[in-house]
Write a protein that binds this ligand. Sequence first.
Ligand code: NAX
Length: 324
Amino acid sequence: MNEPVNVVVTGAAGNIAYSAIFRVAAGQMLGENQPINLMLIDIEPAMNALNGVKFELEDCAFPLLNSITTTFNLNQGFEQCDYALLIGAKPRMKGMERKDLLKDNGKIFKPQGKAINEVASKKIKVLVVGNPANTNALITMHNAPTIDPKQFTSMMRLDHDRSLAQVANKYNTNIKEVKKIIVWGNHSNTQVPDLSNAEVSGKNIKDIMNEDWYKNDFIPRIQNRGAEIIEARGSSSAASAANAAITHMRDWVSGNNDWLSIGQISNSNPFNISEDIMFSFPSICNEGSYEMIKNIEMSEILNDYIKITEKELIQERDSVLDLL
Ligand code: NAX
């Protein structure tokens, strides 16, 4: 058994967290040899509900769960934090776009970045899930200047997994047979799901793909999947988002050679994307780090799409300059 590590979950009384925390405590994120001190953060009015989550965690008798702390105090919650899932934010309601949320939710991430800077482990790995996730991750990163910017990521894994699933469905094959998918840009409806390098059962998808399906069915389906789920459920994705958060962090810690989509700081990218935005790039995960895949060409037919998502992220950043 390893020494226990400190794992923070914010928004811990919320829906996504409820689907995530128990799996984290069961070892599905950091492995079966890794004891965990769970630091559960939410706002003060949610403390009663959060205590209920704590009671249920206790009742699961997870052998890996070394301790559980519930708090609304950021410096207590982030003390020596090794891994952080920043989920807490207002969810997008029916008819709302992510940019509507930016103003309210951005303010949540500035103090969290400051607390991380002051009291967390300098090796912390941070995943921002709360929307608008990319720009919230940028705000958190800017407020934690003593920590390597590469240790801040935003969640694109749900969009990536949605893309894998749609391709597997289309070609009636198993997920494992679908490789080299990319989702570029922002976690919003401007994101760019890219199949130009994709492979199905070892064959380049271009040899079998119908261009019309790709442009008029696949891309809008992925871009608007969040809204499709809200329409059907009446609330935003929770279990699938939790799953994406767990696998994002798991792969970052344990490695994964498959192409993944990771929201990361855009500095020094070879794709001519503007610097200082949290942009999703194709990446692979080594044990404990991730690496942008740089030796690929961005398909020219995607240029217009890429410029739209880049512009949106620049606008989001420029609207929160006071929080950076
Ligand atoms: P819920 O409303 O169920 O839970 C949010 C929780 O955050 C609540 O318990 C609330 O009290 C807490 N919270 C609010 N302000 C806080 C603060 N300052 N510090 C700590 N906690 C705070 O929302 P849920 O469905 O769990 O969604 C959480 C966030 O994930 C939303 O912003 C949502 O839009 C976003 N999502 C992101 C996705 C992604 O792929 N990046 C996909 C799913 C989801 O839409």
